[in-house]
Design a protein around this ligand. Structure first.
Ligand SMILES: [Zn+2]
Ligand SMILES: [Zn+2]
Length: 255
């Protein structure tokens, strides 16, 4: 199979004066993580960094005019691929070891992955195509030899820690279940939650290595009662507080 070379790898959408959404249109839906850039007075925040098959730092350099903290909501490859390109790297302590070292080879072909893993993703609601990307970022890109680079954390966080941008404060919510160290970033002043993969408006995954359903149930109870006005999630479109309650309730009803 020959994939086209993408014209550009990242797309940008200004959500408000100080929030920009960045995404990778040629990553398959499963692997298409939302990357959020938030402007602060003294420093900016980058929430997740995408797949890492192309340089996020280079593509988004027009946004990087201030000290920047890059936060990984968790260590899955579609969220931490470009983390190594940033000097200030934050992750929950439960997943710090995962990014300390280079990942194992991750082929971008479906047929190189265990059929049980693909089945479980499809049962959850994803259609997994023959490849995890639908175009290649540049000529000579090797689809079978792709590895997540090591990106050792420069700060680990846990429940209640604060990431301070000078005029905006984000509190770390530990939201395990999808993965052990999944976090959300909660800005109480604007009732905004950046939720990572703890919750999004799409097929939720709770059977991956590192997932835990009883733990996820506790996280969903917590999310159901969070007074959020807007949720910017790790995948799929943003939603409001009412939808947050619906999604959390739907998960709880299924379990
Ligand atoms: Zn994930
Ligand atoms: Zn994800």
């Amino acid at each position: 199979m020959t994939l086209q070379i993408a014209d550009r790898w990242f797309e940008f959408r200004r959500i408000s004066d100080d929030i920009t959404l960045i995404w990778e249109p040629h990553a398959s839906r499963l692997m298409q993580c939302n990357i959020w850039h938030v402007r602060g007075r003294d420093r900016d925040l980058l929430i997740d960094t995408g797949f890492g098959v192309a340089s996020l730092h280079e593509a988004a350099r027009h946004l990087f005019d201030k000290p920047l903290s890059a936060v990984a909501t968790h260590a899955h490859v579609d969220h931490v691929g470009s983390l190594h390109e940033f000097s200030d790297r934050i992750i929950h302590k439960a997943e710090a070891a995962d990014i300390e070292v280079q990942g194992e080879n991750f082929s971008l072909y479906r047929h190189d992955h265990p059929p049980e893993m693909i089945d479980s993703l499809e049962r959850a609601g994803y259609q997994v195509g023959p490849t995890f990307i639908t175009a290649i970022p540049h000529a000579n890109f090797n689809m079978t030899l792709f590895t997540r680079k090591a990106a050792p954390a420069t700060r680990t966080v846990d429940e209640g820690d604060v990431i301070d941008l000078g005029d905006r404060r984000f509190e770390v919510l530990h939201l395990p279940g999808h993965s052990a160290g999944s976090i959300g970033l909660w800005e109480a002043a604007t009732a905004t939650l950046f939720s990572g993969d703890a919750i999004y408006d799409g097929p939720l995954l709770d059977q991956l290595p590192g997932s835990d359903i009883p733990t996820y149930i506790r996280t969903m109870r917590r999310l159901e009662s969070l007074p959020a006005r807007v949720v910017h999630a790790g995948h799929d479109p943003s939603f409001d507080g009412r939808r947050l309650k619906e999604l959390a309730r739907a998960y709880l009803d299924r379990h």
